[in-house]
Design a binder for this molecule. Structure first.
Ligand code: NAD
Length: 244
């Protein structure tokens, strides 16, 4: 894996589909070698890794690694000796009343959307310190900014992720490591497939842009963050078509 240390290396969690997959493709197109992870669908992720290697001439590895499991993250990072960009993308939603949510469900949402970013960041930072440079890009949500009814745990996790982003950016700015987040609005992925066509159309009408965002639009912004000026850090960038 990526033994030539001047080839930039990016790690994207939850890259088998949706936004993570689009970010992987954008970074591959920019010449990054990649480490991609998923929690369940390794054949799908391996297929993506192979196609990115063929299309862009990069090195890309696919690994099953549950982002909510700190031990799995230690195992994942054990094979890395450098890292330039960490994209904390893996996430899950939970729709329902808070009173209907079990403690296990609460912990799963918090661990997958928030604690996972602690698990990866604490392992990525020493690799970035070696080079005195690095980028951490967290995929957050507009619900972390304004809160959503029936998505209390998810809103709390993404709000926590925004706090983590701002605080870690201050901690790492002296080391030339930038930490930013993208607060996605409604992006057209499987995550919104619980809505039927009529509900999707009604929701799109509420969004000033008149439509859902695309994973490719989020990926473009992630790529721009990977290349943004070093003075740009600690920011939560809304990517929501003007929704909030
Ligand atoms: P998605 O469900 O299509 O993809 C989520 C990805 O994360 C999948 O590849 C899945 O396998 C992976 N994943 C889930 N749990 C994991 C775990 N424990 N370990 C490793 N991988 C795991 O959803 P998406 O819309 O592409 O979501 C990507 C990110 O964007 C998430 O963090 C999500 O919260 C955020 N987001 C999405 C939207 C939206 O409208 N789609 C809005 C706001 C924020």
């Amino acid at each position: 894996m990526n033994t030539i240390k001047n080839t930039p290396l990016a790690l994207v969690t939850g890259a088998s589909r949706g936004i993570g997959r689009a970010i992987a493709e954008a970074l591959a197109g920019a010449g990054y070698d990649l480490v991609l992870t998923c929690s369940r669908t390794l054949p799908e992720l391996s297929g993506l890794a192979n196609s990115l290697e063929e299309k862009y001439g990069i090195h890309c590895t696919a690994q099953m690694a549950d982002a909510s499991d700190p031990v799995a993250m230690v195992q994942l990072f054990a094979s890395l000796d450098h890292l330039d960009v960490l994209v904390n993308n893996a996430g899950i939603s939970y729709i329902g009343l808070l009173t209907d949510m079990s403690i296990e469900e609460w912990q799963n949402v918090i661990n997958t959307n928030l604690s996972s970013c602690f698990y990866t960041s604490r392992l990525a930072i020493p690799l970035m310190l070696q080079k005195h440079s690095g980028r951490i890009i967290n995929i957050s949500s507009m619900w972390g900014t304004v809160g959503a009814s029936c998505e209390v745990a998810y809103s709390a996790a993404k709000s926590g992720l925004n706090g983590l982003t701002r605080a870690l950016a201050k901690e790492l700015a002296p080391s030339n490591i930038q930490v930013n987040a993208i607060a996605c609005g409604v992006i057209d992925t499987v995550m919104n497939d619980l809505l039927d066509a009529e509900e999707k159309a009604a929701l799109a009408e509420e969004i000033p842009a008149g439509r859902f965002g695309t994973p490719e639009e989020v990926a473009l912004l992630a790529w721009q963050l990977a290349n943004a000026p070093a003075y740009f850090t600690g920011q939560i960038l809304g990517m929501d078509g003007g929704y909030i």
